[in-house]
Design a protein around this ligand. Structure first.
Ligand code: KIV
Ligand code: NA
Length: 264
């Protein structure tokens, strides 16, 4: 049997070949991503991408578990990491453990991810010491967008760099096995990567991070609008629209179903 990528294997990639990762929320796309990614993130971005929410704030724990299960079922190689949604871990290490354990038991994923730097260090240590590997997430943390005043690139003011670097060091020292660095200016991302002994996974960060992640639907061109840091590797939106409009006309003209598509 093919064994999945493990947490220590991801951690050992610090400073080595770049870590490849993408988000996925369902079995079919996950099976494709699984051939190429070291880890797959079932991100709470699914609230916006899959369910039309305006932010990730409203994503319930059960929704993360449903999509997490689907992705675990559809894959066999990659490590599967599931996001802890807003309100399920910030209050206390006990609360975080209870909900992280529920995610791990009900999805069979290999790790969880949560947002926050120094303020989450105690919780990261609590979980890690009790058998739950934690991926941290600093910089632009979408679950705090109401406090930050929107989705704002972090570190434009050099005076703020020390606090971000302190966050990175705090989560690494607390036992996080990897660290997503989102939406920070490139030189700050490079300083963060240099400051910690765990892999940094960049999104809107720097090519010098130890790995990269993108939201799959964004890089496939399924979202009409994407931020500057997303490179579109596909243009599936127009391809899907073409297929749907061809189907609609063939239904109307009775060209579909044709001879090949009926039971005689
Ligand atoms: O929810 C998500 O997709 C994420 C990635 C963008 C890192 O947290
Ligand atoms: Na997320």
């Amino acid at each position: 049997p093919i064994r999945r990528m493990t947490v220590p294997q991801i951690r050992a990639k610090k400073g080595g070949d770049p870590i490849v990762s993408l988000t996925s929320y369902h079995a079919h796309t996950a099976a494709i991503v699984d051939k190429y990614a070291d880890f797959i993130l079932v991100g709470d971005s699914l609230g916006m991408v899959m369910h039309g929410m305006e932010s990730t704030i409203g994503v319930p724990l059960d929704l993360m578990i449903m999509h997490g299960r689907a992705v675990v079922r559809g894959t066999k190689r990659a490590l599967i990491v599931v996001d802890m949604p807003f309100g399920t871990y910030e209050e206390s290490p006990n609360m975080a453990f209870r909900n992280a354990a529920k995610i791990m038991k009900e999805t069979a994923c290999g790790a969880v991810k949560l947002e926050g730097g120094a303020r989450m260090a105690e919780t990261i240590r609590f979980l890690t010491e009790r058998g739950i590997p934690v991926m941290a997430h600093i910089g632009l943390t979408p679950q705090s967008s109401h406090v930050m005043g929107g989705f704002k690139t972090q570190g434009r003011d050099e005076d703020t760099w020390a606090a971000h670097i302190d966050d990175a060091v705090a989560v690494a020292n607390a036992g996080a096995f990897a660290l997503v660095v989102e939406g920070v200016v490139e030189p700050l991302a490079d300083k963060i990567t240099a400051a910690v002994d765990i892999p940094t996974i960049g999104i809107g960060a720097s090519a010098q991070c130890d790995g990269q992640i993108l939201v799959l639907e964004d890089m496939l061109g399924l979202n009409p609008w994407v931020p500057k840091f997303v490179k579109k590797y596909g243009d599936l939106g127009p391809a899907i629209e073409q297929a749907v409009s061809d189907y609609a006309s063939e239904v109307k003209s009775r060209a579909f179903p044709g001879e090949d598509h009926v039971y005689r």
